[in-house]
Design a protein around this ligand. Structure first.
Ligand code: BES
Ligand code: MN
Ligand code: MN
Length: 454
């Protein structure tokens, strides 16, 4: 029944999603503030169409949170769905084959910014609920909390969660904002990395200088910053910040064997992103490097003259954005401090340094011994005809650790994306197969959970 309902409404589901994908809800860039607001309004309207109660666009210091709920019966278990309607900036636009906010279908995939992360995935929950409402039997209560600031740190959501424990009361949280191994091997995410995101400003002389009249006698902050950056990581992929690994768990051989069982084709991995070889911390597999080990990456570096032609200048300033992905027991605050102290220590007298911290977040691990996890496991088994395997994803959803801390709730990370979806990159896409199959899987999860919890 559910399957038929999805099938006979598939075109409309897509048309609706396209409406949302056309809205340029880039949360990081204030130029798009009205568009972010428009996306929130659009969601409010969708929740009203679903006849949910308490549909609300909640104002915050930043972008609005959209909330809606349907309490059918106090004795039923309550599912809280979290997702985000904001997206990453679409730059660089010229690398897109079709405009990022004009969704198009090609090779059975939807191409648009946010197609997978997270508009497409979040929207599946609305359609799953709709399907059950129309042709199913709903024996659960549901709450939706969809935010507009995930891609820039979820600042307002943190306050909202802390101040609205009652409103958010639930038995489980479910989030579709991660990926599966591939369409032959479904998986459930059981770990996400944390994040420390830093910015460094290095100043040499108080103004840009003639690189002939001064060069050789004054330190160049760009040269110096490069040197400092190269002191952050060794040739075999170890982070060199003192204390960085102090709290990192050493997993035993059994655990390592288990997590390395996930299907991973290194040649495919290399060829998809066109690299000659992988790189990372010595002694660990690629799967471990992504899922269970911390790391450090420069995200951007700039300074000096970069326009057309040559300008012989010894620049006054050099900048870099550097982020670290963290694993359990590392604390984002502590790591940010270690980073800051180490860089300050590396900075010679010939320069001055300023280190600032952007948003961060704690890592998370999901307890698999819960009725929520079992409901998700069985949903995949039923709909995909294959048992899902637990995987550790390298990305971050910092709010998951906060849900655990503030609400005492486990999150089920039931995502349906693929690595090839190119989230955050040009030509982001989301497979139609994953979209429809995902809706079906979610309906099964809701139903399983309502049965198990009773
Ligand atoms: N949905 C992603 C996180 C993700 C993607 C987890 C794929 C696992 C697999 C999320 O929207 C995201 O991009 N998070 C950011 C962190 C945030 C604080 C900006 C990230 O991981 O960089
Ligand atoms: Mn996301
Ligand atoms: Mn994202």
């Amino acid at each position: 029944m559910i399957k038929e309902y999805i099938k006979s409404n598939k075109e409309r589901f897509l048309e609706e999603l396209f409406e949302l994908l056309k809205i340029q809800s880039v949360s990081a860039d204030s130029k798009f503030k009205n568009e972010v607001d428009k996306a929130a309004d659009w969601l409010v309207n969708e929740f009203q169409k679903l006849e949910l109660d308490k549909v609300e666009k909640i104002k915050t210091k930043g972008h609005p949170i959209v909330f809606a709920e349907k309490i059918i019966n106090d004795t039923y278990p309550t599912i809280l769905v979290y997702g985000h309607y904001d997206v990453q900036p679409a730059d660089p636009y010229e690398l897109w084959d079709s405009p990022p906010f004009e969704p198009t279908i090609k090779n059975n995939k939807i191409f648009a910014r946010g197609a997978c992360d997270d508009k497409g995935q979040m929207f599946m929950h609305l359609k799953a609920y709709e399907a059950l409402k129309e042709v199913g039997d709903i024996q659960f209560n549901i709450k939706f909390m969809i935010e507009g600031e995930e891609e820039c740190g979820s600042d307002s959501l943190e306050d909202f969660v802390i101040n609205n424990r009652e409103k958010l009361l639930a038995d489980v949280i479910v989030i579709s904002d991660t990926s599966i191994i591939n369409n032959e091997n479904p998986s459930i995410t059981v770990g996400l990395r944390g994040l420390s995101y830093m910015e460094v400003e290095l100043t040499g002389p108080n103004r840009d200088l003639h690189s002939g009249t001064y060069g050789g006698a004054v330190n160049n902050p760009i040269n110096e910053l490069c040197k400092m950056i190269s002191s952050l990581k060794s040739d075999n992929g170890k982070v060199l910040i003192p204390g960085f690994y102090d709290n990192v768990e050493n997993h035993n051989e059994d655990f390592r064997k288990e997590i390395n069982k996930v299907p991973f084709d290194i040649n495919e991995f290399k060829s998809h992103i066109n690299i000659g070889d992988v790189f990372g911390e010595q002694g660990f597999s690629s799967v471990e490097r992504i899922g269970t080990r911390p790391t450090l990456d420069v995200n951007g570096i700039w300074g000096g003259y970069i326009n057309e032609g040559a300008k012989t200048v010894l620049p006054s300033k050099a900048y870099a954005k550097i982020s670290m992905r963290l694993v359990p027991n590392q604390s984002s605050k502590e790591i940010s401090n270690l980073f800051s102290n180490y860089l300050k220590q590396l900075c010679p007298k010939s320069c001055t340094i300023k280190v600032t911290e952007h948003h961060g977040g704690e890592p998370c691990v999901v307890n698999t011994n819960t009725s929520g996890y079992k409901a998700a496991f069985n949903a995949f088994k039923e709909i995909w005809k294959k048992e899902p395997v637990p995987t550790f994803d390298g990305g971050s959803i910092p709010i998951v650790a906060l849900f655990k801390k503030e609400l005492g709730l486990e999150s089920i990370l039931m995502g349906f994306g693929l690595d090839e979806d190119a989230i955050h990159s040009p030509n982001e896409s989301y497979g139609l197969f994953n979209f429809y199959k995902g809706i079906e899987t979610i309906t099964s999860f809701y139903t399983n959970f309502s049965k198990d919890e009773k």
